[in-house]
Design a protein around this ligand. Structure first.
Ligand code: FEO
Length: 403
C-alpha cells in the first residue's frame, strides 16, 4: 500500500485483522485500522501511535519512511490505548522526541506508561513549527475522551482529527478516499464513502454515540478552519468526501435520523418475534424502510447502528420476572447511555399472566423525550394479528415517515 499522502505526510498505521471484538464488545467483520502519520520537514512529527499487538510492523513502517532520521515530536491527540500503546516503544526508539499533549493528557501518560519527562504541554491554539510546516492544536474534549485534541497542519490544510470522522473497517488498496477499499468486502462499492458508510455509522453509534453534544461543540470550533484533508485515527483519509463525512457526523451528533424504522426485539419462545416480523411485513407493504435486529442472536452493535440511522425505533420484549426481558433492557440502557434524542417510539411484547415490559419500555423512552406514537402493543400468550395489530401501528408509522 502506498504510504504517501502528500510530500510531507506519510501513513505509518496498521490494519488489525486479528481482533474479533473492538473494546471487547463490537464485532470487526472487516477489521479496523489504527492510523498514524508522519509529518516530515526539517523536524519530524509522529501523530499518534497504534495498538500494542502491531509493534514490529508499526516500527518497520516508521523506519521505512525515515531511515536514519529521528522523530522530534510525538503528538498525542488521544490516549485510548488503541492509539497510545506504542508510546513507550517510540520513547525507547527516539528518546529525544518530545511528547506533545495537553494538561489532561499528562496524568494519563504517566498512569498508563510511567512517562513523566520530556513532555511538551500545549493548550488551545498553541503551535509547533517543523520548519516550513506548522502544527496547531485544538482542544476537543470528549471526542472521545477528556484529553482528546486535534492537530491542524496549516500549510496543507490537513486536520488530524483523532477518532472523529473515523470508521471501523481495515484499509485495502489505498489509504485515501481516492481508492481505499473496505478490507475483505467482496461487494465493495466503487465509492469509498459508500463502501465505508455502514462501518462509519456503526463506529459512531457504538463508540462516540454518547458524545453528540461535544462533537457538535468541536465541529463549531473547527468551522473556521479551511480543511482539504481529514486524517482520522480509523479508516480512510478523507479528501474527496469531506463534505459527506462532515455532514454525516453533523447529522449523527444532532441525533437526526433518516426516515425509516429500526425494529429491535428479543424473544424467548417466538411470540414477540412474530410480532416484530408482522411489523416488518406491514411496513414493507407500505414502502417504509426498516431494519430488523434480533438481540438474542446478533451483537447489539448493529441495532445501535440502525437506531442512529433511522428516526423511528420499535422495540419488542416479552415480560420477564415482571420486568423487561434482559436483552431488550440492556439495549434500551445503551440507548439511554448514548443520550439518544429525536426518535418516534413504539413498544410491543408478549406476556403470559401479567404484562409489564411494554409499560416499562415506554417509561424508558419517555425519559429520553421520545415521541410515543403508540400506547404500546402488549399481548397475552401467543401472537395473533387480532391481539397485536401491527397493521395499525404500521399505518401510524407510514403516515409519519412519509410526511
Ligand atoms: Fe480509537 Fe477512542 O480510540
Amino acid at each position: 500500500m502506498n504510504s504517501r499522502i502528500s510530500e510531507r505526510i506519510r501513513y505509518v498505521g496498521v490494519n488489525d485483522l486479528k481482533k474479533s471484538l473492538f473494546e471487547g464488545m463490537w464485532p470487526l467483520p472487516f477489521g479496523v485500522s489504527y492510523n498514524s502519520y508522519l509529518v516530515i520537514d526539517d523536524k519530524v512529527a509522529l501523530i499518534d501511535t497504534a495498538e500494542a499487538g502491531y509493534a514490529a510492523e508499526y516500527m518497520e513502517n516508521i523506519r521505512r519512511e525515515l531511515g536514519e532520521r529521528k522523530v522530534d515530536y510525538l503528538v498525542v491527540n488521544h490516549m485510548e490505548p488503541d492509539h497510545s500503546s506504542l508510546m513507550s516503544m517510540i520513547r525507547e526508539a527516539y528518546p529525544e522526541a518530545r511528547i506533545v499533549g495537553n494538561a489532561k493528557t499528562v496524568p494519563m501518560i504517566k498512569g498508563y506508561y510511567g512517562i513523566c519527562e520530556n513532555l511538551h504541554i500545549v493548550k488551545e491554539g498553541d503551535s509547533i513549527s517543523l520548519g516550513n510546516s506548522t502544527l496547531t492544536f485544538h482542544m476537543t474534549p470528549m471526542v472521545h475522551w477528556p484529553e482528546t485534541m486535534m492537530t491542524y497542519f496549516h500549510e496543507e490544510k490537513t486536520l488530524f482529527s483523532g477518532d472523529a470522522f473515523g470508521t471501523f473497517g481495515a484499509l485495502a488498496d489505498g489509504i485515501t478516499d481516492a481508492g481505499a477499499r473496505l478490507y475483505g468486502c467482496s461487494d465493495a462499492a466503487a465509492d469509498t464513502f459508500e463502501a465505508f458508510n455502514g462501518e462509519m455509522l456503526r463506529y459512531y453509534s457504538n463508540i462516540v454515540g454518547k458524545y453528540g453534544q461535544t462533537v457538535q461543540a468541536a465541529m463549531k470550533k473547527l468551522a473556521g478552519l479551511e480543511i482539504s484533508r481529514i486524517c482520522s485515527t480509523h479508516g480512510p483519509v478523507w479528501e474527496k468526501n469531506i463534505a459527506e463525512v462532515v455532514s454525516c457526523y453533523d447529522r449523527l451528533s444532532r441525533y437526526e435520523g433518516e426516515k425509516g424504522v429500526c425494529i429491535v426485539y428479543a424473544s424467548m419462545y417466538g411470540n414477540t418475534e412474530k410480532a416484530a416480523m408482522s411489523l416488518a411485513a406491514e411496513l414493507e407493504k407500505r414502502g417504509v424502510r426498516y431494519a430488523v435486529h434480533n438481540l438474542c442472536t446478533e451483537n447489539v452493535s448493529y441495532a445501535y447502528r440502525d437506531a442512529f440511522r433511522y428516526d423511528t425505533l420499535a422495540v419488542g420484549a416479552p415480560t420477564y420476572n415482571n420486568d423487561i426481558f434482559p436483552p431488550a433492557f440492556s439495549f434500551m440502557y445503551g440507548v439511554s447511555a448514548r443520550l439518544m434524542k429525536n426518535r418516534a417510539f413504539a413498544a410491543f411484547g408478549s406476556f403470559t399472566w401479567a404484562g409489564a415490559s411494554v409499560k416499562l419500555l415506554n417509561e424508558m423512552a419517555s425519559k429520553l423525550g421520545f415521541d410515543l406514537i403508540s400506547e404500546g402493543l402488549s399481548f397475552p400468550q401467543a401472537f395473533t394479528p387480532e391481539k397485536c395489530d401491527m397493521a395499525a401501528l404500521a399505518d401510524t408509522i407510514a403516515s409519519q415517515v412519509t410526511e
